[in-house]
Design a protein around this ligand. Structure first.
Ligand code: FAD
Length: 382
């Protein structure tokens, strides 16, 4: 980054290497404890690994914000500050509020590396499905659970529209808020935990583009002029700024069969607040125009007439399709230094046999952490 961004008018390249090394060390010292284990079992705190993690806590930057850390490290080039601040959005948070701990996220991408599942992200779900079948798991699709049945402090069954299935163990992968509200309506809910501020959601435009753009790659980010204003709009005003940062993913760059010849499949995403009853029809129209204007500025081409096919996904649509509360992509946000400790545990403290995995519980949202939550539950069940 230093060599790429250092122009003659910037004699000193931005200080990229030291923070990256620091985030790598901090990640190695803490991930095993804070991401791979339940934080709500005494056993987690009784190991040499945990002592190492606790000793590393001061390096995690719980006291300062992510933005302040990046400003200190890269302040001579605001483009780098903006680039590294963006990692807060990887778990739906605000770099101007989130603790500098989140500066560990770039280490995963730059220190460990990014991977591209053949067949797209859906291939991960398909692989888990196949693996489950090999272990004898029976899947029942399109049959939502309507109730987790409880008797005498134990879970005993799940009820669907088709049947009641007896189970002594139930793992809910549904967002923890609707799990309590809809599946366990007569059980006391942990209101403080369920009331934690939500992470951001997204407006997604799926566009089939009738042209190829040689200047685009698989991942493309077009930043807004005023990043702070954009996050204030999302997290303080619960709306969408006029000038937005646009992420464009084009998998046909890597897998040409994903689009017809001469075309590209664009996944165009803008970070927005979770649904709290905003006028999404109006916000979608406004944001679509802002996205087209931003792309026109960057590419020098009016993309609108090239859109051959289009589908839009809004926060209420995400909520309806996945049961994610408010359509938040990553459960509760990490804007608070204690957020990791305020997420719902991977098990119920009141009901025997009830476990939780997915983005709304420990260790948090995003596909890698959701998979870790499943691993934690598997280890708890034994
Ligand atoms: C557009 C978009 C882009 C994203 N980009 C990224 C990214 O680049 N990287 C990343 O790491 N994360 C990304 N995320 C976030 C990531 O997808 C989520 O954090 C993660 O999928 C949450 O996993 P989950 O298991 O909690 O929920 P889900 O993946 O939503 O799975 C929950 C499942 O439970 C099912 N379900 C719900 N209720 C019931 C019920 N009552 N009975 C039976 N089944 C039920 C749902 O149908 C769903 O299949 C993105 C999310 C979106 C929407």
């Amino acid at each position: 980054y230093g060599s790429k961004t250092a122009a003659p008018r910037r004699p000193t390249p931005p200080a990229f290497p030291p923070p990256r090394r620091r985030s790598g060390r901090a990640y190695d010292a803490t991930a095993g404890t804070f991401l791979h284990k339940s934080l709500h079992k005494a056993g987690t705190y009784l190991s040499a690994e945990t002592l190492k993690a606790v000793a590393a806590l001061p390096t995690l930057g719980l006291a300062g914000t992510m933005h302040a850390r990046h400003q200190k490290a890269f302040g001579q080039d605001q483009r780098l500050v903006q680039l590294f601040d963006r990692y807060a959005t990887y778990n739906g948070s605000d770099p101007y509020q989130a603790p500098a701990t989140l500066s560990l996220i770039p280490h995963l991408e730059h220190g460990i590396g990014a991977f591209y599942p053949e067949g797209g992200i859906y291939a991960i779900a398909s692989s888990l499905h196949r693996l489950g079948e090999e272990f004898g798991v029976k899947f029942r699709f399109n049959e939502p659970v309507r109730e987790i049945v409880v008797a005498g402090g134990h879970v005993t069954a799940v009820r669907t529209d088709q049947d009641v299935y007896d189970f002594g163990l139930v793992v809910s992968n549904m967002d923890v808020v609707p799990t309590y509200r809809r599946l366990l309506p007569s059980q006391p809910a942990p209101e403080r935990t369920l009331g934690q501020p939500r992470s951001s959601s997204a407006l997604i435009f799926y566009w089939g583009i009738a042209r190829e753009f040689a200047e685009l790659d698989v991942h493309n980010i077009f930043f807004s002029q005023d990043y702070h204003r954009e996050f204030q709009a999302i997290f303080e005003q619960q709306t969408v700024a006029d000038d937005v940062t646009v992420y464009v993913n084009v998998t046909s760059k890597k897998t040409p069969a994903d689009a017809p010849p001469g075309h590209e499949n664009w996944f165009v995403m803008v970070n927005v607040p979770h649904d709290q009853g905003q006028d999404w029809a109006a916000l979608t129209t406004k944001t679509r125009a802002a996205v087209l204007a931003r792309l026109h500025r960057a590419l020098g081409v009016d993309v609108a007439p090239l859109i051959a096919a289009e589908k839009t996904w809004t926060p209420p649509g995400i909520a309806a399709d996945t049961s994610s509360f408010g359509g938040a992509l990553y459960g509760s946000s990490s804007n608070n230094a204690l957020a990791a400790f305020l997420r719902h545990p991977n098990f119920s403290g009141r009901l025997d046999g009830l476990y939780f995995c997915g983005g709304s519980v420990h260790p948090g949202g995003g596909i890698p952490l959701c998979l870790l939550s499943a691993k934690i539950v598997a280890e708890l069940i034994g």
